[in-house]
Design a protein around this ligand. Structure first.
Ligand SMILES: C[S@@+](CC[C@H](N)C(=O)[O-])C[C@H]1O[C@@H](n2cnc3c(N)ncnc32)[C@H](O)[C@@H]1O
Length: 207
């Protein structure tokens, strides 16, 4: 990424000023302003959290008595302003290991699941968008079990020709799906957020 681009990116500068770990914070804040998905008292799971700006936003809103759990394949710096952030370094495809971690926390289901997952990009749009669909399908499997009935799910998707492979299963599991591209997304990116509200089915709890 050219240095000049970073210096002139207003969201990057603002994130630094406000102490957010990444400019992504502003995407979640915009989603929150529009959909009010995060509420005080919720337990929230954030998948693909590194470096942790979604976690910063969520931890502040839910309050100290509630938990936000962050999972990422990369290590996340534990040093948060808030004491209610719990971290797991793991691959989203490792369902059993994720389940085992929730057991140690005593959480069987979450009120909300957010994800900002992005595959390592190859520069080939059709490959990247397909990997994004695969990652999001894995997240949907986690949500089917660990999201409460009527709970909401936020997904980040690289939209391309395979998007319906994701949209179909998502629509089967949620009452409503709204697609949005927050202003903080770079114009040239093909990412969108799917705001999936009202999870339909209660699955048998496994914790
Ligand atoms: C855009 S970043 C997330 C930024 C984060 N929301 C924040 O606010 O700081 C995308 C993340 O997806 C994670 N990721 C990609 N593949 C993953 C996988 N298979 N399992 C878990 N995390 C993954 C990457 O490690 C990366 O940290």
């Amino acid at each position: 990424m050219p240095k000049a681009f970073i210096v002139h990116d207003p969201y990057f500068k603002k994130a630094k000023e406000l102490g957010y770990r990444a400019r992504s914070a502003f995407k979640l804040l915009e989603i929150q302003e529009k959909f009010h998905i995060i509420e005080p008292g919720m337990n929230v799971l954030d998948i693909a959290s590194a470096p942790g700006s979604f976690l910063q936003v969520i931890a502040k809103i839910i309050g100290r008595e509630s938990k936000v759990v962050g999972i990422d394949i990369q290590k996340i710096d534990k040093n948060f302003w808030y004491p209610n952030v719990y971290l797991l370094q793991e691959d989203v495809f490792e369902f059993e290991k994720i389940k085992a971690y929730f057991e140690t926390l005593g959480i069987s289901q979450f009120d909300l699941i957010t994800s900002d997952i992005a595959p390592s990009t190859t520069g080939m749009k059709w490959v990247d968008q397909y990997r994004s669909v695969e990652l999001n399908l894995a997240i949907l499997e986690v949500a089917k079990v660990f999201l409460k009935k009527w709970g909401n799910l936020v997904l980040k998707v690289f939209v391309g020709e395979d998007v319906d492979d994701l949209m179909g299963p998502v629509k089967q599991n949620f009452s409503k799906v709204v697609r949005m591209k927050p202003k903080a997304c770079r114009d040239r990116s093909f990412e969108e957020y799917f705001i999936c509200t009202g999870k339909k089915e209660e699955v048998e709890r496994i914790i």
